[in-house]
Design a binder for this molecule. Structure first.
Ligand SMILES: Nc1ncnc2c1ncn2[C@@H]1O[C@H](COP(=O)(O)OP(=O)(O)OP(=O)(O)O)[C@@H](O)[C@H]1O
Ligand SMILES: [Mg+2]
Length: 469
């Protein structure tokens, strides 16, 4: 069922059609001229227009159809004519009418045509919605990603952006934690209010309290005026506490209080002020481990970590690399006013195999540099820095007895690939227990740990205790 507009200069015809169509369950409005019809279409969304072909005035049925198409009004047009000549029918269809009917027509006939037009509208709408869904999957706010892992992140953001619950964003450096914090804000119900970001590692501890909670004039040397503090600046909005792991234990207590009471007490003030702020925190540290060694308060950890958004490192979502590359190439060619056609397949492949210890930020820097250096028209391998590629995809165990290739080798890369391959095999053999793997390789646990970092292996989430070798 849909919204139908009937346009006819003859009152009896308008009424007849209106009654039939309402009976069929449609929502019907009427207009008595082509011009009145256009005005109604502009004002109200309409699925289907049924218009008489011959009408006095400036706009007849074909004129109305032409206006609909010209103004890109989103509706299907059905023409009704008493004299169906092949000419008018052809003209109508050429101009994009959905169909035409000849008078006298039966009620069933008009219902069937309108039903088909509605069905077409429904299919188009469904198709658009699907396209939106697909498009939405590779982008959320400024965040790009088509990998399953990133889609999960998008879904989670979609579920929680408008709640007030605290969120902890974790992930290695450069994985996009700040972008996630901003997306939570801009996508959510607080987007009209402020997004206030503070880097807890960048502000000296003595200043942090007044920074967060504000102070009263004269409360300490240098406090020349009242200061609202970041919590109150973020009133109604979001406070992003970046590098939360750097916050001193003393301030952790005060922050916990503010979160629990939803009130802040400026330095030197005697009363507390209520605040309505959503707190989003981020860290690239393993906060759980910090809690275990009492460097981070457990109660605050639980308060912040009500919902965790965990950003996987880029090497665990390599499918996202081409998408990000395209995005950064577009951005930096525009920034630098260069015209480049993108990366050559070999260069893309090299990037897809690389481990990106610096994650998306590192990829971003690589592309910025390549865009600046590339003579054009494309970006090739030569425009990339030397990237040590992991053996995860390359063949482990380069064969030294193989004949030396005519065009030479990349020794560093061969050694790297070999080492990674062997270490991986040892880890597999040891069932992932690193101490056992170290023994199998005849090296110390500490040496293995060093190599794992160097070779771009992931740290296991539950780090084994240090081995005092
Ligand atoms: N999914 C993504 N799509 C597009 N750009 C991204 C994405 N992830 C990260 N970036 C870009 O990479 C850079 C690093 O991201 P961001 O600053 O959010 O990382 P971070 O996790 O906060 O890093 P750090 O821990 O070092 O502060 C930014 O320039 C950001 O725009
Ligand atoms: Mg950051």
């Amino acid at each position: 069922m849909g919204r139908v507009l009937v346009v006819d200069d003859e009152q009896s015809m308008r009424e007849f059609l209106a009654i039939c169509l309402r009976r069929a369950g449609h929502q019907v409005s009427v207009a008595d001229s082509g011009a009145a019809g256009v005005a109604q279409l502009e004002a109200n969304p309409t699925d289907v227009v049924v218009t008489d072909l011959r009408m006095p005035g400036d706009l007849d049925g074909l004129g109305l159809l032409e206006q609909v198409k010209q103004r890109r009004i989103d509706t299907e047009v059905i023409l009704v004519t008493a004299f169906a000549t092949a000419d008018t029918a052809i003209a109508a269809m050429k101009q994009g009418a959905y169909d035409y009917l000849t008078k006298p027509f039966k009620v069933d006939e008009i219902n069937a045509v309108i039903g088909r037009a509605m069905e077409k509208r429904r299919l188009i709408a469904e198709n658009l919605a699907l396209k939106d869904q697909v498009a939405g999957r590779v982008r959320l706010a400024q965040l790009l990603g088509r990998s399953r892992a990133m889609q999960k992140v998008f879904e989670l953001i979609g579920k929680i952006h408008s709640t007030r619950t605290s969120v902890l964003i974790t992930g290695e450096s450069g994985t996009g934690k700040e972008l996630v914090a901003r997306a939570l804000h801009t996508e959510g119900s607080r987007s009209a209010a402020a997004f206030v970001a503070v880097n807890c590692g960048a502000i000296p501890d003595e200043l942090m309290e007044s920074e967060l909670f504000g102070h009263m004039k004269g409360s300490f040397t240098g406090a020349h005026a009242d200061k609202p503090g970041l919590f109150r600046q973020a009133q109604g909005g979001t406070l992003f506490l970046d590098e939360i792991g750097e916050l001193s234990l003393g301030l952790q207590v005060k922050l916990l209080r503010a979160l629990q009471e939803r009130k802040v007490k400026p330095v030197g003030a005697s009363t507390e002020t209520e605040v309505d702020v959503r707190v989003v925190a981020a860290t690239n540290r393993d906060l759980e481990a910090e809690v275990a060694r009492s460097a981070f308060r457990q109660d605050l950890y639980y308060r912040l970590n009500v919902i965790e958004v965990r950003l996987p490192p880029l090497r665990q979502r390599r499918e996202d690399v081409p998408l990000l590359v395209e995005h950064f190439v577009r951005r930096f060619t525009a920034d630098q006013g260069k015209e480049l056609r993108g990366l050559e397949p070999a260069a893309i492949k090299r990037l897809e195999e690389y481990d990106f210890p610096g994650n998306v930020r590192e990829l971003e820097n690589i592309i910025e540099r390549a865009v600046a250096l590339a003579p054009g028209p494309t970006i090739g391998l030569d425009d990339l820095p030397v990237l040590r590629t992991s053996g995860a995809r390359a063949q482990p165990g380069a064969d030294a007895s193989a004949p030396f290739p005519d065009d030479g080798v990349d020794l560093d890369r061969l050694v790297y690939d070999y080492e990674r391959g062997i270490v991986q095999k040892a880890l597999d053999r040891a069932g992932g227990v690193r101490k056992r793997a170290a023994a199998l390789l005849g090296i110390s646990f500490r040496s293995l740990r060093y190599r794992l970092d160097k070779l771009g292996f992931d740290r296991p989430p539950d780090a084994e205790p240090d081995d005092p070798d």
